[in-house]
Design a protein around this ligand. Structure first.
Ligand code: F6R
Length: 606
């Protein structure tokens, strides 16, 4: 959470590009934002509560002069989202500006000590201790550079920092511990940022910092240092191609809608991930005594479905676990013979990284599926697969969810073949079937979009929704529920349809909308029973089912007709109407689906 960026140019002002990069980081938090630049021996700061675009018009971020600057977009942890708590933060003399992503665990202790020494704090943030601590070391005779090193050596917790100062206006400092930070280098100057994507308009040459490293950047070069031993670290830049074209809304009102409609294209990429890596991963899974498959939020839903697919196609048992629960639920049995397959779009979710760190300490094999190259996840995995869904900006995961599923299907197929559970002929047939899925998704988008739009209008005033599915489509019901509640704020439940009579049915009364995910597979006849139970109690049945299924149609109050699809792969097309339903309901209610309240796309706090 929180996004930071810093730029130091040789010959031009940085503010315009700071804002451009900051907007690409807005997915990390958007309750307040700020910019600091240095111009003619003056440290200029503009910041407030609100979205970047609004603040830019109000405060003129882009017009701030200076060849060096740092900027921040915030997801509040310590202190309410307001002007005072917005970053950058400064020392008493206003000579040092710091932007920070993460949490300083020992800030209270440092703050008390600094207050005793006379420092005046303006905000309630943990971050503000950093510029004051640097200032304190300078007062005690340290050079600016040494003062920063001493100060960061005292910090505990998670932090990516960007620091500029009047003490040395041609130096930008970056620090990385647990929160992500990358360095960019170009002919025009040098950069630091929370992710590579935000640097894509400026440079392809990046260095990914590791935990415990700091970087000193000047226009003529950089120096990376390990904080613990103060030794120089030799790191050369990598060239990473990231298209900027997908960072634009391309005529769509919201990123979320654009990303939903992008699925036919990007699914083709995910289905075709390199077989070599799938094979390596399948081999490691096959060798493991126990397999855990972990994720958070939407990625956990992918993990749940992944576990079912691995069982069905490859006859492998993989226990699905919510990442934040992993250590307490299964920590005691993790050992050298275990594998942990982590699914994380961002590759930076702290719950996932903590689970992996633990598993690694027990010598387990770490595997990953992610959408973010050079993310922390990619660097701790023995094998990882880049799902290639291209950057996702909308906070609610859509195309990256179906991309995760596509990779998991391919992995299960390769594992099934390796383990002799699938013949070559069966594998070839499955490949043909999965290759049809992007086309099916395209047809779904074309056909159901107007239907779902109308349904959203009709049901947007409901008090709550209930989502039910069975088997492979139970995770799809969960995902439909998550999309709905996170962007519309309408309380919603999701259950395996069979479980609904063990409690949730008590919520059903006249007019309560119950959404059934009901493809024509082996679960259909049981689903019909569950639909009857709900209907008998006055529920409005909204069913997603095969277009020619007249029995289901008749039973339902609303019907979302789906094309014929191989039912093994039905979860991918069947989630599409649910993504659209949540999206249109949010827009009917006047919510911003791209930036739901209290959420951030990359959750880097525990
Ligand atoms: C929901 C959503 C979140 C993420 C979760 C995990 O729409 O986006 O629930 O799925 O925060 O994020 P990653 O996949 O980056 O680990």
């Amino acid at each position: 959470m929180c996004g930071i960026i810093g730029i130091l140019y040789k010959g031009r002002h940085v503010a315009k590009d700071l804002v451009r990069g900051l907007k690409l980081l807005e997915y990390r938090g958007y309750d307040s934002a700020g910019v600091a630049t240095i111009n003619r021996d003056e440290l200029l700061i503009e910041k407030d509560k609100g979205r970047i675009d609004v603040l830019n018009s109000k405060l003129g971020f882009e017009d701030m002069p200076g060849r060096i600057g740092v900027a921040h977009t915030r997801w509040a942890t310590h202190g309410a989202p307001d002007k005072i708590n917005a970053h950058p933060h400064t020392d008493c003399d206003g000579k040092i500006a710091v932007v920070h992503n993460g949490i300083i665990d020992n800030f209270n202790e440092i703050k008390d000590e600094l207050i005793r020494k006379g420092h005046i704090f303006k905000s309630l943030t943990d971050t503000e201790v950093i510029p004051h601590l640097i200032e304190e070391y300078i007062k005690n005779g340290y050079s600016y550079r040494d003062a920063v090193i001493e100060a960061v050596s005292r910090l505990e917790g998670a932090y990516a920092l960007g620091i500029i100062s009047l003490y040395d206006p041609n130096l930008m400092i970056g620090v990385k511990q647990l929160s992500p930070l990358v360095v960019g280098l170009s002919e025009d100057g040098v950069f630091i940022a929370s992710d590579i994507n935000s640097l894509s308009p400026f440079t392809k040459n990046v260095i990914v910092l590791d935990d415990g490293e700091m970087v000193f950047l000047r226009t003529d070069g950089y120096e990376i240092m390990r904080i613990s031993n103060r030794q120089r670290v030799d790191k050369k830049p990598l060239t990473i191609e990231i298209g900027t074209q997908f960072a634009d809304k391309e005529g769509y009102v919201h990123y979320m809608l654009k990303e939903i409609f992008e699925q036919p294209v990007v699914l083709n990429y995910s289905i075709r991930v390199q077989e070599h890596y799938l094979n390596l991963m399948a081999e490691l899974l096959d060798r493991s005594k126990e397999i855990f498959i972990i994720g958070a939020g939407t990625s956990y839903h992918a993990a749940l479905l992944g576990s079912m697919i691995l069982s069905r196609i490859a006859r492998l048992t993989a226990i699905p676990v919510i990442a934040s629960e992993f250590v307490s639920q299964y920590g005691d049995v993790v050992n050298v013979e275990s594998s942990v397959l982590a699914i994380s779009q961002s590759g930076e979710t702290i719950d996932v990284l903590k689970a992996i760190e633990f598993a690694k300490s027990r010598a387990a094999t770490i595997l990953g599926i992610t959408n973010t190259l050079a993310s922390t996840l990619t660097r701790v995995c023995r094998v990882y697969i880049h799902q290639q869904s291209l950057p996702e900006i909308g906070v609610a995961a859509t195309k990256t969810f179906t991309g995760q599923l596509a990779v998991l299907y391919r992995l299960a197929m390769v594992a099934g073949k390796r383990r002799g559970k699938l013949s070559q002929r069966e594998m070839d047939e499955m490949k043909v079937e999965i290759a049809k899925i992007p086309g099916v998704v395209e047809a779904v988008l074309r056909n159901v979009d107007p239907i779902v739009k109308k349904l959203a209008k009709k049901y947007s005033k409901t008090k709550y929704f209930i989502f039910l599915g069975r088997g492979l489509n139970y995770p799809i019901a969960l995902e439909g529920r998550l999309k709905m509640l996170e962007i519309t704020y309408i309380p919603s439940l999701a259950y395996p349809a069979g479980e609904s009579k063990h409690g949730p049915i008590s919520l059903v009364e006249e007019g309560v909308p119950v959404i059934f995910v009901a493809p024509p597979d082996e679960t259909r006849r049981f689903i019909i029973g569950n639909m009857e139970e709900m209907k008998a109690r006055g529920a409005k049945l909204i069913t997603i089912g095969y277009s020619d299924d007249s029995e289901l149609k008749e039973l339902s109050d609303e019907y979302i007709p789906m094309p014929m699809v191989n039912t093994l792969f039905s979860p991918i097309p069947y989630v599409i109407p649910l993504q659209l339903f949540a999206y249109y309901t949010a827009t009917v209610l006047g919510r911003d689906p791209d930036k739901p309240r209290n959420l951030a796309k990359s959750v880097t706090v525990l």
